[in-house]
Design a protein around this ligand. Structure first.
Ligand SMILES: [Zn+2]
Length: 266
């Protein structure tokens, strides 16, 4: 198996990784670079973005644009694999902004193996601020590679269980955004954040406005819990509501109740 990192090695984001064997050519993530001032640069990868199509599949680890942002620029008829809920979040966000999603996804499931000719790919669900994110175990010709995508250990998902699942591999392509950071920013766990906010907000009355990413579903849950535990009504803006309802989340505050024809709020 040949592994080629087209982009993402000496920068944060914009990841594009290719795995090829005798029979198959598969890509993992097709991200845009994070620098918003920069014009979108489409890498000259033949068979993927230009020339005649020569790619068996593209796997998307998660919906952050530095991993999926070039999907619209793919040559036609390249199968794109992504998690179902990840796709739904991305689609809802695009619909809200009137942006067309140009690919029909093939949906992946946690630990359900997909064979692309002689390459075997196992998606492994992992925790990240993007919902429904995956690592990929890639196997071909008796060689194994793990591509981690982005991941973290401070969300609600059990990180130790994930580590137990991940096998020893020949090659590891690992996300390393914070490895070179000298300042030690504490990554607060979502549950701890909830406790801190509850303690703080219980001292005050009145509304609280929170600015956050609507696509960070784990954080939406944290905020909903905070609202409930501090006797507040949890309200989402329309964009957040579109995204959470797309994945079937019930975010109505359970403390809101109705009596007669009048709404009463506790
Ligand atoms: Zn990410």
């Amino acid at each position: 198996m040949n592994i080629k990192i087209h982009r993402g090695q000496n920068q944060i984001g914009g990841s594009i990784i290719e795995a090829s064997s005798k029979q198959a050519r598969v890509f993992f993530d097709i991200g845009i670079e994070l620098d918003e001032d920069k014009e979108i640069e489409i890498p000259q990868i033949e068979g993927l973005f230009y020339g005649s199509q020569n790619c068996d599949a593209v796997f998307i680890s998660h919906y952050h644009s530095d991993h999926i942002g070039l999907a619209d620029y793919l040559l036609p008829d390249i199968p794109v694999y992504i998690g179902e809920k990840a796709y739904k979040v991305m689609k809802a966000a695009s619909d809200y902004r009137d942006i067309e999603v140009k690919f029909d996804p093939i949906l992946i499931e946690n630990e359900k193996i997909i064979e692309i000719k002689d390459i075997k790919i196992t998606p492994i669900l992992c925790d990240h601020s993007a919902f429904d994110s995956y690592m990929f175990l890639i196997e071909a010709n008796g060689e194994t590679t793990l591509y981690t995508g982005d991941f973290r250990a401070n969300g609600r998902m059990d990180f130790d269980k994930l580590l137990e699942k991940v096998p020893c591999v020949d090659n590891l392509i690992i996300e390393g955004t914070t490895l070179s950071r000298e300042d030690s920013i504490e990554n607060i766990e979502e549950e701890k954040l909830e406790e801190i906010a509850v303690e703080f907000l219980n001292k005050y009355k009145g509304p609280v406005f929170i600015m956050m990413s609507a696509m960070n579903i784990d954080r939406v849950i944290t905020v909903k819990n905070i609202a409930e535990r501090t006797d507040r009504i949890f309200l989402e803006d329309i964009y957040t509501a579109d995204i959470t309802s797309a994945i079937g989340m019930t975010t109505a505050n359970t403390r809101v109740f109705m009596t007669g024809g009048d709404k009463q709020y506790k």
